[in-house]
Write a protein that binds this ligand. Structure first.
Ligand code: CA2
Length: 144
């Protein structure tokens, strides 16, 4: 079974606990459970990591090289700041799908630019946590 990696960046551990009007009521554990089940039904083995530390996300991307077929990533606020995350993703050989729960283009102008989008095969934004399921389905299609 091909492995895929779901990465979530800073503050996404708070999903379901704060700002439900923006990020919904589901927790990150709910999202990971749903995506794991969906991935398995599509023949993929999903591993997940959330970190508030940029270097841990970068290390996870390095470790994914040669072992993981594709990456789903919600980089959180690192989306808009991290050339380092972009560089790490550029060193990964498989497809990358970027997910944002909110529609970043409908929010403050500093959220309109994404470094990660320069690398991502696809970007899903504004679909709530359903965006993660859409991203799993897209990755399965790209890897099929
Ligand atoms: O819409 C998204 O998924 C974001 O990646 C979320 C980031 C934000 O900085 C990006 O611009 C867009 C923030 C994640 C914060 O997550 C929270 C979840 C619940 C409660 C508080 C924060």
């Amino acid at each position: 079974m091909k492995k895929i990696l779901l990465l979530n960046g800073p503050n996404l551990n708070l999903l379901g606990q704060r700002q439900p009007e923006i990020y919904g009521r589901e927790t990150l554990a709910d999202v990971v459970d749903t995506c794991t089940t969906l991935a398995r039904s599509l023949g993929l083995d999903l591993m997940a990591l959330q970190s508030n530390r940029e270097y841990e996300l970068i290390d996870a991307i390095h470790a994914a090289r040669g072992t993981v077929a594709g990456i789903l990533v919600n980089p959180g606020a690192f989306t808009h700041t991290s050339v380092a995350l972009l560089d790490a993703l550029n060193a990964f050989e498989g497809p990358v799908i970027e997910v944002h729960i909110s529609n970043i283009h409908k929010r403050e102008s500093f959220r309109h630019h994404s470094y990660v989008s320069l690398r991502a095969e696809g970007v899903i934004a504004g679909c709530g946590v359903q965006g993660y399921e859409l991203a799993v389905a897209r990755l399965a299609r790209l890897l099929g």
